[in-house]
Write a protein that binds this ligand. Sequence first.
Ligand SMILES: Cc1ncc(COP(=O)(O)O)c(C=O)c1O
Length: 424
Amino acid sequence: MMMTTTSSVSKSGAAVGDGAFPVAAIRAEFPALKRMVNGHPLVYLDSSATTQKPRCVIDAVCGFYENYSANVHRGVHTLSQEATAAFEGARQSVREYVNAADNREIIFTRGTTDGVNLVANSWGRANLQAGDEILLSGMEHHSDIVPWQMVAKQTGAVVRVIPVTDAGELDLEAYESLLNERTKLVGCVHVSNAMGTINPVKMMVEKAHAVGALVLLDGAQALPHLRVDVRELDCDFYATSAHKWFGPTGVGFLYGRYDLLNGMDPWLGGGDMIKSVTFEETLYNDLPNKFEAGTPNIAGVIGMGAAIEFLQRVNVDAVAKYEGELLAYATKLLGEFEQIRLIGTAGNKASVLSFVMEGIHPHDIGTILDQQGIAVRTGHHCTQPLMERFGLAATARASLAMYNTKEDLDALAAGLKNVIKVFS
Ligand SMILES: Cc1ncc(COP(=O)(O)O)c(C=O)c1O
């Protein structure tokens, strides 16, 4: 079924032919959303941690194991050829979706963390020297901080930080003044997992390139909410994880500009990444295989391809508009609580609401909401430096996806009233 804002009717019969977002039809594709949790219908508000999976993704993963489980690139037999075709078909789908110029620019990884580590180790260790600067945003996930600290230690490069304003936006004046001829790489989240801030990455890429620095964007949180076009952004590297956008866990891709990837040595050695091996010398394979050592997560990659097709089918521009309405509604609802302080009030935001409640620990909020079937995340969201910036150890975070509804947000507000009751 094609899902656009003009579809006529959803599976549950909700009117969608008037331009309304077909959320009922979308929900019907996600088996887990029908679950009961602690005696209540599940209200899933933890999509920034990981999204639920639609039937098409589940079927793609199961279909591989049921019908053509075989290794890729190695076999002449039918099953191996089918597996290879599906695996490389996923690469083609990803390439087209993010508008990369060439399939060889799409490296399959274990996810965003793996993609960043690839760039840090393959590019960073070879290209950074003492005194060089790695400029990271103050709202980076630990996965875009720690690999760079490790490489900085090995090379003598230094990590510098773009400050974050009280609203949870990047201080762009500070960014410009931090950029200089020593800046070799800028690392920045496209969309902040902790606050939802959508960073002006296109402009940031332009400024970085003007001083000769490369840019690695962390796109873990962008694809479920926004259209991503790597050529339009003009970034050098773009790392993401499929599980954040309705695909399987433990798989993702790194986009890298062909000339850069081609000039980089691999950091993981093993099968499939070689052309020839003797005990004296190894000749590396061509892109993208050079960076895909060992048997990959074949089922995961095929599931990721199905997730890309799902994103294409639902029309992510309509998703962005719908989620914008949900975000406005949720912001208003939470604004009615005098005990709640929102962390992250950027003008350009994805549908993420991080908050603290006066006198109540975030973990208690999460536990009491769970008793009511409501799943939110509590903790530092792998952004401890950002938490420190706001003088906090943790927040509670409700993060929305295209399958959430205003009813979910009403349930959250009612749940939070119960939290207050417990503590009063
Ligand atoms: C912004 C951001 N970057 C990186 C990651 C790490 O993703 P993964 O654990 O899939 O490698 C996450 C996951 O929470 C994230 O939200």
